[in-house]
Design a protein around this ligand. Structure first.
Ligand code: UDX
Ligand code: ADP
Length: 477
């Protein structure tokens, strides 16, 4: 039982106005109209977008939440110092990408941005502050954050808490409104209770779990590793289904009804993406290796290996099915985001499928309802840069000459030899597929990387349909 304390009224700031910081703070501000919530970021453009009607992230329901609180108790600015000074609870919600250089490259988290935040907080703070790690971090990062904070020149004092965010993009508002749990790790009971009392305004107390700091940090990595593992497990079985004639969706349904397994996160796909799963598993792997737990490291690494295999398998299947060549063939890519209902493309499977098809000299026309052309081109440029350490002229030409971005799915599919569905946007289920079919070359191939379309119906129109872990269908059998 947590004791009752007399806290100063909370004044919140959040450093980092991204996919996590923005929606989370908007929800706190909405639910606690009396608490000032100040979100700051070094990126002026991002802040301008948060202050406009064109938010930087697409998330169903977010606009309403922001509009309700903005101007009342929710503010967005680049005044990092001012926000730190005027608040007593400071969330750190900056990005922690996988390191691309030096020790731990490709595995460890890059903590540069976290450290910069901690130094800034140490520099500007006076009095007592509660510092909350919101970003996903390797275990024991709080230790480093604490040491940096202790170097404060102004004799400020700090409590450090870990409060990882479990929201999933695309359902962030529902997840924030009604989370399965809120996790708060920390040593100071008073600080833990101070933060718990903010969430307690709308979340039942029994769903607010408190742990020690390290358990909280590790729980976030573990939750993502378990979720990703389920996707890789069903994707592994999808390969076997394709070889044997079983249907992976039927298998998922059959095993998901076992209450010990449960039905969620068993949707076979072209591969998981997003900013968290791969990064967090690699982080876990790095930690295990650091502690000499090589078997444990290998075990988790296999989840990522399987995901890479799934993506490769899909692009290879497209090439193989289309008579072993896609060179100069037009392929429509439907969906570029890493999942539906988001404009986020980080680690999206679509990036890797497009890369492989471009290497095979296909001509791609990409349609996504939320992802802007500039972002698609930036992702493709980055993926080719990754592999050769700089963009070769050849790859630059491929991106310039072989990639079109369309604002309309019908136009994208017109005159194409194949369509590849890479994101499960609902609108793809409502398209007039007879119209699509008549505008395509024959055979009209459709590769459903999300198993969202009715393959038998499409075959009756005339398509040749290849899905994940399911038998293929074509007109006449
Ligand atoms: C994930 C966690 O779910 C969330 O708790 C954490 O805070 C951040 O990481 P997110 O990456 O936003 O959230 O989305 P999620 O719904 O988990 O999907 C991740 C990827 O797995 C997507 O590419 C999705 O398409 C894929 N996926 C998910 C599948 O392929 N099959 C499934 O059954 C579920
Ligand atoms: P996430 O998905 O974890 O929210 P994002 O990349 O969407 O990650 O957002 C992180 C944000 O943090 C970015 O907008 C970035 O500009 C911001 N940021 C990074 N470092 C700092 C810093 N030192 N001070 C303020 N903002 C920062």
């Amino acid at each position: 039982m947590i004791s009752v304390h007399n806290f100063p009224s909370p004044r919140i700031c959040c450093i980092g106005a991204g996919y996590v910081g923005g929606p989370t703070m908007a929800m706190i501000a909405k639910q606690c109209p009396d608490i000032p919530v100040h979100v700051v970021d070094v990126n002026q453009h991002r802040i301008d977008q948060w202050n406009s009607s064109d938010l930087p992230i697409y998330e169903p329901g977010l606009q309403d939440v922001v509009e309700e609180a903005r101007g009342r108790n929710l503010t967005f600015s680049t005044d990092v110092e001012g926000a730190i000074k005027s608040s007593n609870i400071i969330f750190i919600s900056v990005n922690t990408p996988t390191k691309t250089f030096g020790i731990g490259a490709g595995r460890a988290a890059n903590l540069e941005f976290i450290e910069k935040c901690a130094r800034k907080i140490a520099e500007c703070s006076t009095g007592h502050k509660v510092v909350v790690e919101k970003s996903t971090l390797p275990v024991r990062t709080a230790e480093a954050v604490k040491r940096i904070l202790m170097s404060s020149a102004n004799n400020a004092t700090f409590d450090v808490l870990s409060n990882p965010e479990f929201l999933a993009e695309g359902t962030a508002i529902a997840d924030l409104l009604n989370p399965d749990r809120v996790l708060i790790g920390g040593e100071s009971e008073a600080a833990v209770e101070q933060l718990a009392s903010v969430y307690g305004r709308w979340i039942p107390r029994e769903r607010i779990l408190t742990t020690n700091l390290w358990s909280s940090e590790l729980s976030k990595l573990t939750a993502n590793a378990f979720l990703a593992q389920r996707v890789s497990s069903i994707n592994a079985i999808s390969a076997l289904c394709e070889a044997t004639g079983a249907d992976v969706d039927e298998v998922a349904r059959a095993i998901g009804t076992d209450s010990r397994i449960g039905p969620k996160f068993l949707k076979a796909s072209v591969g998981f993406g997003g900013s968290c799963f791969q990064k967090d598993i690699l982080n876990l792997v790095y930690l295990c290796e650091h502690f000499g737990l090589n078997e444990v490291a290998k075990y988790w690494e296999q989840v990522v290996t399987m995901n890479d295999y799934q993506k490769k398998r899909f692009s290879a299947r497209i090439v193989r099915t289309m008579f072993h060549t896609v060179s100069d063939k037009k392929i429509a890519i439907w969906g570029f985001a890493f999942k539906k209902d988001t404009n986020d493309t980080r680690e999206s499977a679509a990036i890797y499928i497009c890369r492989d098809l471009l290497e095979e000299r296909a001509r791609l026309t990409i349609y996504d309802p939320q992802v802007p052309e500039s972002q698609i081109r930036a992702e493709l440029t980055a993926v080719f840069q990754d592999t050769v350490g700089g963009l070769s002229e050849h790859h630059q030409r491929l991106i310039e000459n072989n990639v079109l971005v369309s604002r309309d799915p019908y136009e994208a599919a017109k005159d194409s030899h194949a369509i590849a569905v890479l994101t499960e946007w609902d609108e793809f289920k409502r398209l007039d597929m007879t119209r699509v079919f008549h505008a395509m070359h024959r055979p009209a191939f459709l590769f459903d990387g999300r198993n969202i379309l009715d393959a038998m119906h499409l075959a009756s129109i005339g398509f040749e349909v290849h899905s994940i872990g399911r038998p293929s269908y074509r007109a006449g059998g």
